[in-house]
Design a protein around this ligand. Structure first.
Ligand code: FAD
Length: 585
């Protein structure tokens, strides 16, 4: 078996996160893998993650900086002046894709002839996002389109396209993309204006799409309204638009321009016009129910992408912590290392606690992604998707901003690592549904599917596993939050629509905090059982104190100095004796 991750970490020994094995320095990830990867796959997964952690922390991270400064460009005409509108990537981006394809989940699954468990897939995403979150967009889209083609494409199309999307090597592979947003809006898809009609027995799609990431993909999922279909969401059908027509000529996908983006510059995002683009329908436009399913089917992909974005945000949270810890261990101020100053210690503890709290719900959700076969699991996954997207995306932005500040003025400068993370992180709160839309989706999951019941049952299961005396005050605090969640749910059910929407962010915050707290406590109990280590209990305590603690002007003002006493144990993953935990939350 490859070396397991267990090391205590000395951030002063490095001056950059680049060059480290990002899996080997992340014992929390290793423990999550112990918890969620099926035992028969765990040793296999260990070797893969060691390799992937080395790649992501090494060449992939180095190239990400080069690609950010040399983003894709649009080559509009060939030398004869004919329009080609071809996207040209820097050679580093091609090397990047090749490594990601060949060494990532697709290559590994093909090489080892083994299915990659969903949590391992999420670990791939988490590590890759720490170096190049834009590239995760292209791999994520490809995986999403693969799922749609697999389930819904006509058999001959499936046979032709699927092997390309699942190609075990980069050479010969096709990327996927998803074009939904139009100039009039991305949240309100009912307003979509793209149309579809049948010409000589073939579908063609016309219309403009306003945000098209991974635009040079060869297999594009899009929404369009078949002629005569009703207005609104129900009239939208799902289409696959290939890069080439069936006669081998270029399809009618006209790139108008590439967006000049704040971040995620490694993936090209474009405005495009579909002009008589040949397409394959992936739902039946004649039957009303099937038309409605066009959007539903696309939403299946969007839900997968939302999980992906949550994990991408989590990756940025982690990178932001590691870069901050390294900088603070090396930089001096007032005659001390930054990480010996109380406020800096508190910031670093808060950052790592936030990383572990979000990772608790992200990997719990990932473990449900392929379905555990019961309705309760489906509903739990349903509500965890928006909760994780909410927390991961916002957490990435918040921690990237803190990392910039931890680096002082240098943080604001592009030659240091934090600035790009902050630019990239902002995208995650927007794409695949803005934060508002995500909060409304939580209400939808509650109202239509009572998904909160599955969440509360999961919280109860976690709490019932907690028995160690040192966890008792925390368990009481979470149980109290669990009771309050009942009141929140009852309030949500009786409030009028405007008031319900007004409160949706608070409801989302409360439910996500509750589930993070319960899962952290469950993990804390697991670590106490396994090795007597109370480090995770300390993480859970800080989270619960911060997120479920009291309100009012005096909140948090006390002579408690536990953050200073436990700083080393928490940030450097040192084992902690249960007696060292403060008695009260
Ligand atoms: C870098 C990048 C890449 C992208 N790539 C793709 C892609 O590949 N494919 C694709 O289809 N799309 C893509 N998008 C588009 C993205 O999904 C949309 O920007 C997003 O869904 C929001 O839509 P919008 O920009 O039209 O904003 P709008 O829908 O106009 O929203 C504007 C504001 O209004 C708020 N709002 C809207 N409706 C409500 C409501 N009911 N209640 C409360 N607030 C509301 C939103 O939260 C937001 O703050 C990308 C976006 C970015 C930034």
């Amino acid at each position: 078996m490859a070396t397991k991750t267990n090391g205590e970490i000395d951030y002063a020994k490095s001056d950059s996160a680049i060059g480290l094995n990002w899996y080997a320095i992340d014992p929390n990830l290793s423990k999550l893998m112990d918890r969620y990867v099926p035992p028969a796959d765990r040793d296999w997964a260990e070797g893969i993650l060691q390799r992937w952690g080395e790649l992501c922390g090494g060449p992939v991270a180095e190239r990400a900086e080069i690609i950010d400064k040399n983003p894709p460009i649009l080559d509009r005409y060939d030398r004869w002046g004919d329009e080609i509108a071809s996207v040209v990537h820097h050679p580093a981006a091609i090397d990047q894709k090749r490594d990601i394809w060949d060494e990532g989940p697709i290559g590994v699954a093909a090489r080892d002839d083994r299915e990659v468990p969903t949590v391992l897939n999420s670990a791939f995403t988490y590590l890759l996002s720490q170096s190049d979150t834009g590239m995760v967009c292209s791999t994520g889209m490809t995986g999403g389109v693969e799922g749609l083609v697999d389930r819904y494409a006509p058999p001959d199309v499936r046979e032709q396209v699927l092997p390309r999307l699942q190609s075990p090597t980069y050479d010969g592979s096709w990327d996927g993309a998803m074009f939904m947003t139009e100039v009039r809006g991305g949240s309100d898809l009912a307003a979509s204006e793209a149309t579809a009609k049948q010409v000589n027995g073939k579908w063609v799609v016309n219309g403009a799409k306003w945000f098209c990431s991974n635009v040079d993909a060869r297999a594009i999922a899009t929404l369009a309204r078949p002629e005569g279909a009703e207005a609104g969401l129900r009239g939208l059908a799902l289409f696959l638009v290939p890069g080439e027509r069936s006669d081998g000529t270029r399809n009618g996908i006209h790139i108008k321009r590439l967006k000049d983006k704040l971040g995620t510059r490694s993936v090209p995002t474009a405005e495009i016009e579909l002009i008589d683009a040949e397409a394959h329908i992936m739902s039946n436009p004649k039957a009303t129910e099937s038309e409605a399913r066009g959007l539903n089917r696309m939403m299946g992909m969007v839900n997968g992408s939302r999980m992906g974005v949550a994990t991408m945000g989590l990756g940025i949270m982690r990178r932001s912590f590691v870069e901050s810890a390294i900088y603070a261990a090396n930089r001096m101020a007032f005659g001390k290392r930054l990480d010996q100053l109380p406020l800096v210690q508190e910031t670093l503890v808060n950052m790592i606690v936030a990383v572990e709290a979000v990772s608790a719900i992200v990997f719990e959700a990932a473990s449900l992604a392929s379905g555990r076969g019961d309705e309760e699991g489906r509903r739990l996954y349903r509500i965890l998707i928006p909760l994780t997207k909410f927390k991961g995306a916002r957490g990435g932005l918040e921690l990237a901003s803190q990392a910039v500040e931890m680096h002082g003025g240098n943080g604001y400068i592009e030659t240091f690592p934090a600035a790009r993370q902050l630019r990239d992180a902002q995208c995650h709160t927007i794409w695949e549904g803005t934060e508002n839309i995500i909060c409304l989706d939580v209400l939808r999951a509650m109202g239509k599917e009572s998904a909160h019941d599955a969440l509360l049952n999961r919280v109860d299961a976690a709490l019932s596993a907690v028995s160690h005396p040192s966890l008792s005050p925390m368990k009481d605090a979470v149980a109290q939050a669990r009771r309050e969640a009942h009141e929140i749910i009852a309030f949500t059910a009786r409030a009028d629509n405007d008031v319900r929407q007004l409160n949706s962010r608070r409801v989302t915050t409360a439910l996500s905090d509750l589930s993070q707290a319960a899962l952290l406590l469950e993990a804390a109990q697991g670590e106490l059982d396994a090795s007597g280590d109370a480090r995770k209990a300390a993480v859970a305590r800080f989270f619960i104190r911060e997120r479920l603690g009291g309100t009012g002007a005096l909140r948090g003002i006390s002579d408690d100095r536990s953050v200073l006493d436990l700083f080393e144990a928490i940030t450097r993953y040192q084992p902690l004796a249960p007696e060292k935990l403060p008695a009260a939350v």
